[in-house]
Design a protein around this ligand. Structure first.
Ligand code: ADP
Length: 454
C-alpha cells in the first residue's frame, strides 16, 4: 500500500484541526528524508503542486559537505534549484508526531520539469519500467536491522561516542523477555508505522545485545523503498523521543555482529508468481533461474549500492551471518543469496549482502538491473552450494572494501547500460568522496596501536 490519506481527507482533517503540519520530503543519496515542514493550509493552497530545494540535495555527503566533482551541480554552477514534486499517492499521517502528515516528492529539473536521473526514486522507477516492459512487476521486502542504545543521541555525541551501552545486555535473537524490555520503543514503532499505512509484519530481537529487526510486508518495489525509508526515519525519531538512540551503522563494534538489510525479491505477472514452477528444480521457474544468475554474476558491479560507506565493509566477516561470497543456496544463511519459500507461491530469492546503511531505492534498482540482464542474456544458474560457504574457496568474493567496490561500479558495463553513464558517474563520485574523506582521518585504532609502540 502507498499512502493512506487522500488529498480530500487531508483537507477535512485540516478543517477539523486534526492536522496542522505536512512534511514535504525527498530522498537524498544516503536514503534520508530531507525537506520542509509546511503549514497544512499552505500545502493545500499551493505547495501540494510543487516546492523547491537547493540542487545540492543530491550532491552532499552525510554531513552535508559540498564536494566538487559532480556534473549536476557545483559552486561554479551556482547551486540552483530542483523542483520537489509531491507524489500525492504517498500522502500519509505521521502518528508519532503531533497533528502531522507526510508526502514524498520526486525531484524534477527546475527548468524542464523532467525527472532528475540521479534521484534515487527516479533510478528505481526506471528499473521498474524496464521490468514492466518485459511483462513483470517486482515484489520486494527489505528487512531493517539496527541497534538501540540506552543513551540519547545528544549524550552519545557529547561523549564522543564512548561507552555506548546497548539497551539490552545479551544476545536477544528471538528473545521475548529481552525484547519486552524494548517495547517502550518497539511497540510505538510497529503501531505508529502501521497507522501510517506501512504494513509492519513484526519486530524481533536480533543476534546481538540491543539489536532489533523490523519486518515489513513485501510490496511493489517503489512502495517497499518508501516504506523502508519512512520506517528507518521513524525508528530514529521514536528512539529520540524516548531519550534513547538507534543506529543503522552496519558495524559499530568490531566484536559484535553487524546490522544488515536483506532484500527479498520475487517477480509477478499480474497475480501469477512468475518465479514459481512446481515442475522445476526446487519449484523455481526458468525466469527465476535467469534472474538469480544475473544477481550472482553482477554482484560485484552493484556492491556499492548495498554497501555505500567505508564502515559497510567491516560487516562482511565470516561467521557473522554476513555473506562474503556470491553463490546461492537453499535456505542456507552463509551464502550471498538464499532461496526462500521453496516450492510455494511465496518462492523468492533473498540477497543477504546489503547492510543496514543501504539506500533501499538504489539497492533495489541495482538488483533489478542485474536480474533483468540475467533474463535478457538467459544466463545459466549454477547448482546451489551447500555447507559453510565462508570456507568455499571456489566461490567468488564480493569486493572487500569501498575502494574496490568503487572500481567495480565504475567499470560496470551492465549498470552503465541499465542506468546511464550520468547516474553511474554521479555515484562513483559519491563513493570516491567518501573514501577521500576517510583517507584524511586518523582513526582511534592507529593511535592506540602506534602511539607508544611505533
Ligand atoms: P526470514 O526467514 O528471512 O525471516 P520471513 O518469512 O520473515 O523470512 O520473510 C521475510 C520477508 O519476505 C518478509 O518481509 C515478507 O513480507 C517477505 N516476502 C514474503 N513473500 C515474499 C515474496 N513472494 N516476494 C518478496 N518478498 C516476500
Amino acid at each position: 500500500m502507498a499512502g493512506n490519506l487522500s488529498f480530500e481527507d487531508l483537507k477535512t482533517a485540516a478543517k477539523a484541526g486534526e492536522i496542522d503540519t505536512v512534511l514535504v520530503c525527498c530522498v537524498d543519496m544516503q536514503g534520508r528524508l530531507m525537506g520542509k515542514r509546511f503549514h497544512v493550509q499552505n500545502f493545500i493552497a499551493s505547495s501540494h503542486e510543487e516546492t523547491h530545494c537547493c540542487n545540492y540535495m543530491l550532491a552532499t555527503d552525510l554531513e552535508m559537505a559540498t564536494p566538487d566533482g559532480y556534473a549536476t551541480t557545483s559552486w561554479r554552477a551556482g547551486y540552483g534549484d530542483y523542483v520537489m514534486k509531491p507524489d500525492l499517492s504517498t500522502l500519509r499521517r505521521v502518528p508519532w508526531l503531533e497533528a502531522t502528515a507526510m508526502v514524498l516528492c520526486d525531484l524534477l529539473d527546475h527548468h524542464t520539469h523532467e525527472p532528475v536521473p540521479q534521484s534515487p526514486r527516479q533510478i528505481l522507477k526506471v528499473q521498474i519500467a524496464r521490468l514492466k516492459e518485459l511483462g513483470y512487476e517486482a515484489m520486494m521486502a527489505t528487512e531493517l536491522e539496527f541497534f538501540l542504545f540506552e543513551q540519547s543521541y545528544r549524550d552519545l555525541a557529547r561523549s564522543g561516542y564512548r561507552d555506548l551501552t546497548p539497551i539490552s545486555a545479551y544476545n536477544e535473537d528471538y528473545h521475548i523477555l529481552q525484547t519486552t524490555k524494548e517495547e517502550g520503543i518497539m511497540r510505538p514503532v510497529r503501531n505508529h508505522l502501521y497507522a501510517a499505512g506501512i504494513p509492519v509484519e513484526n519486530s524481533k530481537g536480533e543476534a546481538e545485545t540491543g539489536q532489533e529487526e523490523l519486518n515489513i510486508r513485501y510490496a511493489e518495489a517503489l512502495d517497499c523503498a518508501d516504506h523502508h525509508t519512512i520506517a528507518k526515519h521513524a525508528v530514529k525519531e521514536i528512539a529520540w523521543a524516548h531519550g534513547r538512540s538507534a543506529t543503522f551503522l552496519p558495524k559499530w563494534n568490531p566484536k559484535k555482529v553487524g546490522s544488515s538489510s536483506h532484500v527479498h525479491m520475487s517477480l509477478w505477472s499480474g497475480s501469477t508468481p512468475a518465479f514459481r514452477d512446481p515442475a522445476g528444480a526446487h519449484g523455481m521457474s526458468e525466469l527465476m533461474r535467469h534472474f538469480m544468475a544475473g544477481l550472482i554474476e553482477y554482484a560485484s558491479d552493484y556492491t556499492f549500492f548495498l554497501a555505500p560507506y567505508v564502515n559497510s565493509y567491516k560487516r562482511f566477516m565470516k561467521g557473522t551471518f554476513a555473506p562474503t561470497r556470491t553463490v546461492w543456496s537453499v535456505d542456507n544463511r552463509t551464502a550471498g543469496f538464499r532461496l526462500c519459500g521453496e516450492g510455494s507461491k511465496a518462492i523468492r530469492v533473498e540477497c543477504r549482502i546489503g547492510g543496514s546503511d543501504m539506500n533501499p531505492y538504489l539497492a533495489q534498482a541495482a538488483l533489478i538491473a542485474a536480474g533483468i540482464k540475467g533474463i535478457e542474456d538467459k544466463l545459466a544458474l549454477a547448482p546451489p552450494t551447500t555447507g559453510d560457504v565462508y570456507e568455499n574457496a571456489e566461490a567468488k568474493h564480493i569486493p572487500s572494501s569501498l575502494r574496490a567496490a568503487t572500481e567495480t561500479l565504475r567499470s560496470s558495463k551492465m549498470l552503465r547500460a541499465a542506468m546511464g553513464d550520468a547516474v553511474v558517474d554521479h555515484y562513483v563520485r559519491c563513493a570516491e568522496w567518501e573514501q577521500e574523506e576517510f583517507d584524511k582521518a586518523v582513526t582511534d585504532w592507529e593511535i592506540i596501536r602506534g602511539f607508544e609502540r611505533a
